[in-house]
Write a protein that binds this ligand. Structure first.
Ligand code: G6P
Length: 620
């Protein structure tokens, strides 16, 4: 949700900032802009629309310089217009800022600053911070400070942050303080790239790839000064902080599109590999269990646990629902999956035996982070199932399990879902084998998990059939997605994928529950996608399908290969390999991802950058 970049050093900064913004565009693409400080002059270029548009402007109106900040926006306050684009200037251009987050008391501050004579040019919450900085600078100068002195500038930043309520990741430049970018964080992520005589700033590590592998993650309440001569970090309460340098694992090729037309398609096709990565080194055939090194809890601690709460948003919540079923079946531990946005304000009864897992691809989702912090505050052990190494949630959790799926760029999550489900299966096996799961049962699950990358490769062979189905149905405006047991979360996820990228109304429902409402929607114009691989209650789901057919609703079935009977009821069948019921989400989700992808393409939608959405939702 909004991406920030910054740089000080010796390189020509304009292209570098634009390249960084391209890489962060998944965080928001309502507008883009940069500010460059050169020889005492602050130059700004900004434009509503994609980073490409900004790049176009910079071609005709280039800016020179070696220090700058940039921003790609997901609008919160104020429409996606040129005026509301960042960077924003404060006062008479003494300061430029970029901001990710929400300043909750902006209305009060705006009134106060307007009364003081500051003129607002945008509807954003950010502009109040820009003017407040300018105002505090003016006051400090009256008190004897100097606009070119970094200590004065830091004092100004501190006075400003004291007044701000809400969340922010800020990149700040003072016009009279050359070769300096100041960063401040409270709730929105910031990473500093450490080079030789140069420093980079970004919302996540992707803009740094190819420039430096050494990064420092800024923590909440820290303020950093980036100058070519060095990096200084102060915690607002505890003072100077020694920069803890981490080495970035990400390699450049991870974020290349390769031969694919879209990141989403690339990421769908990466799933045999990403599921393999999630399993690698984590299966112990000897002990018939999985290896969970990062949980930082002893077997004794884990044996005490009598309840698990999984918390997440969006697709990660759907993976959590599969996790609930897995943990209850394999480990017999009562488990609930909670929307993080609800859990953060709810106060469900939880004892000291409750273990909390945050599930998140990005590790930055504001609600998930807040729910994790709330549980941590109450003293619960908090763990993360996370993809992004070094993300805030990964760092703040007491321990956890990484997905190792590589960067997911497509806004609609695909490979993260299957990796999360895989990791949750490993976790259920681990906890199950600590309780009453037998050795042979553990061995059987290990064998089945080892086969999954191959099964997923075979699943992807349904691509042509999905294309045919998409072509037949892409003009319909309402869809139902139905499944039962392990395939109910898959139905939810299939509906979400379609909604997200093709803007078609779709509802996921437990197949039998649809009789209590959604069936009223069924007619020739409302196709139902049934997730109906073989399993214990297969005949029951066939009956649900018949109920839809009886009302002339078109039916698309996701079924197991060899199931020819289903073709007599369904209008179209997409076959997937036959796997155990608990593994069905890993194969059944894939045709639904592909279906959403092709329907969206056929409707002319921007698959990787769907309207109104952002990959990383860092505001509440
Ligand atoms: C956004 C993304 C979704 C994602 C959700 C949770 O809505 O568009 O794809 O599932 O956030 O994100 P997380 O990074 O916490 O898994």
């Amino acid at each position: 949700m909004c991406g920030i970049v910054g740089y000080v050093g010796f390189r020509s900064v304009s292209d570098l900032l634009v390249e960084g913004l391209h890489r962060l565009e998944y965080r928001g693409y309502d507008s883009a802009g940069i500010a460059i400080l050169h020889e005492g002059k602050m130059s700004v270029r900004k434009k509503a629309g994609r980073v490409l548009e900004l790049a176009g402007i910079l071609q005709s109106q280039p800016i020179l310089g070696h220090a700058g900040i940039g921003h790609t926006r997901w609008a919160t306050h104020g429409a996606a217009t040129d005026q509301n684009s960042h960077p924003h200037l404060g006062g008479n251009g003494e300061v430029a800022i970029v901001h990710n987050g929400v300043i909750e008391n902006y209305d009060t501050l705006r009134k106060q600053l307007t009364a003081l004579g500051y003129v607002f040019h945008s509807q954003t919450d950010t502009e109040v911070a820009a003017h407040l900085l300018a105002h505090n600078l003016e006051e400090q100068i009256i008190l004897g400070g100097s606009a070119s002195d970094i200590e004065t500038c830091l004092k100004v930043v501190e006075l400003t942050l004291e007044k701000l309520k809400g969340t922010y990741g800020l990149g700040i430049m003072f016009r009279d303080c050359p070769d300096t970018v100041i960063a401040a964080r409270c709730g929105s992520p910031l990473v500093i790239g450490v080079g030789k005589d140069e420093y980079f700033l970004a919302s996540d590590a992707s803009p740094l790839v190819g420039y430096t592998k050494e990064v420092v993650y800024l923590s909440d309440h820290e303020v950093a000064v980036l100058q070519p001569t060095g990096l200084r970090i102060d915690h607002r309460k505890t003072g100077s902080v020694f920069p803890n340098v981490h080495v970035l694992e990400q390699v450049s090729a991870d974020i290349e599109l390769g031969d694919y037309e879209h990141y989403m398609l690339k990421e769908i096709f990466e799933q045999p590999q990403t599921v393999e990565n999630a399993i690698r080194g984590r299966l112990d055939s000897e002990e018939a269990t999985s290896v969970m090194g990062g949980l930082n809890l002893t077997a004794k601690d884990l044996r005490r646990i009598d309840r698990i709460v999984l918390t997440a948003c969006g697709t990660s919540w759907h993976a959590g629902l599969v996790g609930e079923f897995l943990l209850e079946e394999f480990a017999r531990v009562p488990t609930e999956v909670e929307y993080a946005s609800e859990l953060r304000y709810r106060n469900p009864p939880m004892t000291d035996r409750t273990l909390v897992f945050a599930i998140t691809q990005s590790g930055e989702t504001a609600d998930t982070l807040a729910a994790l912090r709330e549980c941590k505050r109450k003293g619960h052990p908090t763990l993360a199932i996370c993809n992004t190494v070094g993300s805030t949630i990964a760092r703040e959790a007491d321990g956890g399990i990484y997905l190792h799926a590589g960067p997911e760029i497509g806004v609609a999550s695909t490979k993260a879902f299957t990796s999360q489900v895989t990791v949750l299966t490993l976790l259920a096996l681990y906890l199950g084998r600590m309780r009453h799961m037998s050795y042979p049962a553990g061995r059987r699950i290990i064998g089945q998990l080892r086969d999954m990358p191959d099964k997923i490769s075979k699943t992807l062979q349904c691509h042509d059939k999905v294309l045919e189905v998409a072509d037949k149905y892409f003009r319909f405006n309402n869809f139902l997605y139905l499944g039962r047991l392990y395939n109910f979360p898959v139905a939810l996820e299939g509906a979400l994928k379609l909604k997200e990228i093709s803007y078609i109304h779709a509802e996921g429902y437990p197949a039998a529950e649809m009789k209590h409402g959604p069936i009223a929607l069924v007619d020739e114009q409302t196709p139902s996608v049934f997730v109906i691989p073989r399993g214990g209650i297969y005949p029951k789901v066939v009956s649900n399908m018949e109920e839809i057919k009886a009302r002339r609703g078109p039916v698309i079935a996701i079924a197991c290969e060899g199931d020819t009977d289903i073709a007599r009821v369904a209008d179209d069948v997409i076959y997937v390999p036959d796997v155990e019921e608990y593994l069905q989400p890993l194969v059944c989700a894939i045709p639904l991802q592909l279906l959403a992808y092709h329907v969206a393409l056929l409707r002319g939608c921007n698959v990787d950058r769907p309207r109104n959405l952002a990959k990383s939702v860092t505001v509440e």
